[in-house]
Design a protein around this ligand. Structure first.
Ligand SMILES: NC(=O)c1ccc[n+]([C@@H]2O[C@H](COP(=O)([O-])OP(=O)(O)OC[C@H]3O[C@@H](n4cnc5c(N)ncnc54)[C@H](O)[C@@H]3O)[C@@H](O)[C@H]2O)c1
Length: 272
């Protein structure tokens, strides 16, 4: 059911790789809620071609941009305003990649070139996007920027290796930039800390399937799906959350507040 929450709003949605991507669901929901937006992803990701189907279904234009490249981001923000006919109201940062994770390198033996790459792609890219948007004055007052993160920024998950540190930086950038952009332009910036979700980025993590089941057994509501995450992002883009900024918001079915569940205790053979 749609509520017209984003009627008349213009956005930029990054990170839709295929139909499993969280960004893909956000684009579908934003379309249902009346927004117009540009889709963007790294030029290399375009080769898969799936994003064209999403663009067609949502009546959106695609503007490729490597999120580590400031010039490409400048082009993205200026062209998006031309295509959409005005300043931007919402931005989704849904970008994550760790070569150390891809190559299954343990945390204590990280390759630092890969670590730097991961920081640039997955955290500094948020700073670059925001700096470009601010320089071009591309975001309307009360505009909303959301970046996706994971709870390994607060608590240790050994298999998440360097992405834990990178997500901590991403969340810090959202707070720090949120202060400056808030004071100057009333633009708000938040991170959504999402449950494990079966996407290309998610399933690339060692032991993801077992961990997904573990989190499902801990969270009182179960794991939040990509579609639920999209719904939450829509509320953050809407005017109903105007005073929410600089927050890391857990969207995880209660997982982050649960120490242990009876279900896990039973699985360990402990009687209630
Ligand atoms: N899947 C999970 O379990 C989970 C949980 C919490 C948070 N997240 C976060 O959600 C976000 C989206 O990931 P997803 O799970 O939908 O997976 P996904 O693989 O579908 O999306 C990741 C996206 O990042 C894009 N990307 C990579 N390098 C880029 C670059 N240089 N420039 C621009 N785009 C680039 C990829 O092309 C891809 O579209 C990520 O930040 C991820 O860390 C995922």
């Amino acid at each position: 059911m749609a509520y017209n929450l984003l009627k008349g709003k213009r956005g930029i949605i990054s990170g839709a790789l295929d139909a499993n991507s969280i960004a893909w669901k956000v684009a579908e929901k934003a379309h249902e809620e009346g927004a117009s937006f540009v889709l963007t992803n790294a030029p290399i990701a375009m080769r898969m071609g799936a994003i064209n189907n999403l663009a067609e279904a949502t009546g959106s234009k695609i503007i490729p941009a490597d999120a580590t490249n400031v010039e490409e981001l400048e082009k993205l923000f200026s062209e998006s305003q031309e295509v959409l006919g005005g300043k931007i109201d919402f931005v989704l940062h849904s970008i994550g990649m760790s070569v150390n994770i891809r190559k299954k390198i343990p945390y204590t033996e990280l390759n630092y070139d890969y670590f730097m790459k991961g920081i640039d792609v997955s955290a500094m890219s948020l700073h670059k996007m925001l700096a470009v948007a601010k320089k071009l004055d591309a975001i309307n007052e009360w505009g909303s920027v959301v970046a996706l993160t994971y709870m390994a920024a607060q608590r240790t998950y050994p298999f998440y290796t360097d992405m834990a540190d990178i997500k901590a930086m991403l969340e810090s950038i959202a707070r720090s930039f949120g202060y400056h952009y808030g004071v100057e332009k009333k633009v708000r910036i938040n991170t959504v800390s999402q449950s494990p979700t079966k996407t290309t980025a998610g399933t690339g993590i060692k032991g993801f399937g077992d961990f997904f089941d573990y989190a499902e057994a801990i969270a009182p509501l179960g794991n939040a799906s990509a579609e639920d995450c999209a719904n939450y992002c829509i509320t953050l883009f809407s005017d109903l959350t105007r005073m929410v900024t600089m927050q890391n918001l857990f969207h995880d079915g209660g997982y982050s507040s649960t120490g242990v569940s009876n279900e896990i205790m039973q699985k360990m053979g402990v009687e209630e």
